[in-house]
Design a binder for this molecule. Structure first.
Ligand SMILES: Cc1cc2nc3c(=O)[nH]c(=O)nc-3n(C[C@H](O)[C@H](O)[C@H](O)COP(=O)(O)O)c2cc1C
Length: 372
């Protein structure tokens, strides 16, 4: 009922608040025998972390994972894996002034209406601090998917405000470039432009939205379940569960509206699919092509720019948010989108194995898009 858990066979339950003593998760249903050490988490957690560049929030969390259970002698045992990360850099006094006010665009008002109480420190449970544990849980999923099937889950930023990458064909992204700049941007030549854009935005006190794209290569055909467990349906729900998400597209997404059927349908040729407008999913089931999921993030709502607002007693107040905030939440969203993609795929891989593991190869597989 309370919806802090995710997944059917590979389940993740997260707990904790932004400024509480710790955040954590319990991963249940994990196959035994996966090598797992605290060092495995460092890379992806650092990619999601704040305080690494001037373009994200200045909060500096160590994000050191403690494995409390489910791993024995460096290997998963099949029992629940409990992961804990202690919050070490919370600064709750920044939130004193808004404890009884509602930030426009944030979750303060809805949490107050629903629960009649809220933890205002850093946004409490509504803070994207919670997504740290999704990224941690997905480290296990990414590892198993890669070891078992050669699946690679990666992502990049595909729009920042009105700036789009010069190169944004998901099948041709250079992920070394993506990982070499703080924006996860696929075109290195545009990084100075992004730096200047973000510097000006930060000075203005305003914020902006962004689009992140997550892709999975190597997913075999057959994952996903009709009709209420469609792979694309689960992906949409998973992405929408990330803070600040306002839209999700699979493959051609909303561009499909203006396409003709003759253009949109991905022709099957002896050499492979001729295109991938479907984004790797047909009928809710993976085609074996690259899975492509794009997610729209709204601009950060916590602004130091004053705005008229209301407090919990209905009084008109001036709302000004101090504290450390991301001027563009989408910049750090890439690893979070990857995490949700990996968690959905892991769950569906296990579900497919459970019901259809004996079906085997009934027809030759069609290769992914020709040339990429
Ligand atoms: C990576 C990431 C970082 C975020 N950082 C902030 C932030 O610094 N300040 C803020 O007001 N909102 C931030 N958000 C967004 C809020 O958590 C979110 O807007 C809020 O909980 C309301 O939920 P909703 O936007 O999903 O409706 C962030 C979101 C993400 C994904």
């Amino acid at each position: 009922m309370s919806s802090n858990s995710f997944g059917h066979l590979f389940t993740v339950t997260t707990f904790g608040e932004s400024h509480g003593p710790a955040i954590g998760c319990v991963v249940d249903g994990c196959p035994p025998g996966i090598e797992l050490a605290v060092e495995d988490f460092a890379h992806d957690l650092a990619r999601r972390a704040t305080g690494k560049t001037r373009h994200t929030s200045a909060r500096r969390e160590a994000d050191e994972v403690e494995i409390l259970s489910g791993v024995y002698e460096g290997v998963t045992t099949g029992t629940p894996i409990a992961l804990l990360i202690r919050n070490t850099d919370a600064r709750s006094k920044d939130y004193g002034s808004i404890a009884r006010q509602f930030r426009p665009g944030h979750a303060d008002y809805t949490y107050w209406q629903k629960y009649g109480i809220r933890d205002p420190r850093g946004g409490g449970r509504s803070s994207a601090r919670e997504t740290t544990m999704r990224v941690a849980a997905a480290v296990i999923a990414k590892k198993w998917l890669n070891d078992r099937f050669g699946v690679r889950v990666r992502g990049y930023l595909s729009q920042l405000g009105d700036i789009v990458p010069a190169q944004f064909d998901s099948a041709a992204i250079d992920f070394d470039v993506v990982e070499s700049n703080p924006f996860f941007w696929p075109d290195a030549s545009q990084v100075p432009e992004l730096e200047a854009y973000m510097d000006a935005l930060r000075k203005s006190g305003d914020s902006v939205g962004a689009r992140a794209t997550a892709v999975a290569d190597g997913v075999p055909p057959g994952w996903g379940e009709p009709v209420y467990g469609k792979l694309d349906g689960d992906l949409a729900a998973a992405m929408m569960s990330i803070n600040a998400v306002k839209g999700v597209e699979i493959g051609a997404g909303f561009a499909s509206i203006a396409q003709r059927g003759s253009e949109h349908r991905d022709l099957m040729t002896a050499q492979g699919f001729a295109s991938n407008h479907a984004g790797g999913v047909l009928g809710g089931i993976s085609t074996g092509q690259q899975i492509v999921v794009s997610t729209a993030f709204k601009p950060t709502s916590s602004l130091r720019l004053p705005a008229d607002g209301l407090d919990v007693d209905g009084n008109v107040v001036e709302v000004v948010t101090t504290g450390r905030h991301d001027p563009c939440v989408g910049i750090r969203a890439t690893p979070i989108c990857e995490a949700m993609l990996a968690l959905v795929l892991m769950d569906h891989a296990l579900r497919h194995r459970a019901q259809c593991g004996d079906v085997g190869d009934v027809t030759p597989r069609i290769a992914g898009r020709i040339g990429g």
